[in-house]
Design a protein around this ligand. Structure first.
Ligand SMILES: Nc1ncnc2c1ncn2[C@@H]1O[C@H](COP(=O)(O)OP(=O)(O)O)[C@@H](O)[C@H]1O
Ligand SMILES: [Mg+2]
Length: 399
């Protein structure tokens, strides 16, 4: 079936997920996208005006635009026409950014420079939670500060997998009337690098086994609260362990954190891959980007070195090809993964087996290629500060 290309309005809608992390808003509402055109063949042309031409965020903005627009069916190619703002346009954008910062309560307490990755699948039991904690730990071990949000409200398992059981505390913080929830912290990796996990889960609020009783009460709102009311502080990455399926939580995320990238987990069985494809389809309709597929429980190698494809073969690659994203890795079925889970120590940290190596390789790919940390050095942040200072001085002089 040949898909019709998106309308220009739909392209603008997709571009609302592209954030200028320094100016604190999406590039469409900041007025950085003067024009969009779409040819009948599906070639999309996006005009983008940067505050300054040599902005180091340009590479990231380019990648985000391309990947957001490319996922839409019927898109053949994405081309960006770069431009630079003149002095008036720059002032205008700065005013908008300043107004945003002052007048609009941020939708979430997650910093704009944080890369958000949600781990999703079509169904439960495929290893979402195992993958979430292992990747989060492996990324943090490189020296990053990584949030882990357990969004599997009724089936939480993150606290056990990371060996944390302290209840969450709330504290007053500067600039907020309501007390904020402080995440549980867990240093990981070599001390010299300072890797840190910041973990939030309903498991810290209720006893394991009693969560179901809370159903329909505050728990439906829990994920929203975790995004709003948690004092995340500095955060390079946020990994979200999603509940199985394609329900409310995903829609809520799309609304509150449209820049979320989805990592889809599947087992190698073709049947599982079909279920996972539904999750990808839902993502597309809610304008969330899928950034990769991970195949889990790929094969089992016994003590004698014999390898068995217990759950079939090839599902991950088929799914990745179907969505048009890379297969980021294949994690074998290995006792060390579940043993590490039971012990509360992710195997990706110190494990020496194939699964541990694969987790670390995927983490490396995420940091280097799939979702590199936001580079905030130089560029418009400094300009925003300068412009704000100038405008404030102007305001004061006018009084
Ligand atoms: N690669 C793997 N090798 C061995 N066991 C695994 C692997 N991945 C997950 N598991 C185990 O499978 C079970 C389900 O994994 P889990 O992460 O809880 O799935 P989900 O979050 O998708 O429901 C857990 O007991 C976990 O320890
Ligand atoms: Mg789970």
């Amino acid at each position: 079936m040949i898909q019709a290309p998106p309308s220009e309005d739909q392209v603008f809608e997709l571009l609302r997920a592209v954030i200028d992390p320094e100016l604190g808003a999406d590039i469409v509402s900041l007025g950085m996208v003067p024009a969009v055109s779409v040819s009948p063949e599906g070639d999309v042309n996006v005009g983008v005006k940067l505050t300054i031409g040599g902005c180091p965020l340009r590479a990231q903005i380019k990648k985000d635009i391309e990947s957001r627009v490319a996922v839409h069916p019927g898109v053949r190619d994405v081309h960006i026409d770069w431009g630079e703002m003149n002095a008036d346009e720059r002032t205008d954008v700065m005013l908008k950014a300043r107004w945003n910062a002052r007048e609009q309560a941020p939708a979430t307490a997650v910093p704009l420079s944080t890369r958000v990755l949600a781990i999703a699948s079509g169904k439960g039991g495929v290893g979402k939670s195992a993958v979430t904690v292992n990747l989060a730990a492996a990324v943090a071990a490189q020296g990053f500060t990584v949030g882990v949000l357990d969004a599997d409200i009724w089936g939480f398992s993150v606290p056990r997998l990371l060996g944390i059981d302290e209840p969450l505390e709330a504290q007053r913080v500067e600039g907020s009337e309501k007390p904020k929830i402080i995440p549980n912290e867990l240093p990981v990796g070599p001390k010299s690098r300072g890797g840190l996990l910041k973990v939030v889960s309903t498991g810290f609020l209720v006893e394991e086994g009693t969560a179901l009783m809370w159903r329909g009460l505050m728990l439906t709102k829990a994920v929203e609260q975790f995004l709003h009311d948690v004092e995340w502080g500095e955060l390079d990455y946020l990994f979200i362990d999603m509940p199985p399926g394609t329900g409310d939580v995903q829609m809520g995320l799309a609304r509150m954190l449209p820049r979320t990238d989805l990592l889809i987990i599947t087992t190698p069985a073709l049947a599982a891959q079909k279920v996972a494809a539904r999750a990808a389809d839902m993502a597309r309709r809610s304008f969330l980007r899928v950034c990769g597929v991970i195949e889990n429980m790929s094969s089992f190698t016994c003590d004698h070195g014999e390898t068995y494809a217990l759950f079939g073969e090839g599902g991950g690659q088929v799914l990745a090809d179907e969505i048009g994203v890379p297969l980021l890795g294949r994690i074998p079925l290995e006792a060390a993964v579940s043993v590490g889970g039971d012990a509360g120590v992710p195997v990706s940290l110190t494990g020496t087996g194939q699964a541990a190596k694969e987790f670390r390789a995927i983490a490396q790919r995420i940091v280097e290629d799939v979702a590199p940390p936001t580079n905030m050095a130089g560029c418009s942040a400094r300009m925003l500060n300068l412009a704000t200072a100038a405008l404030d001085a102007h305001d004061t002089a006018a009084q």
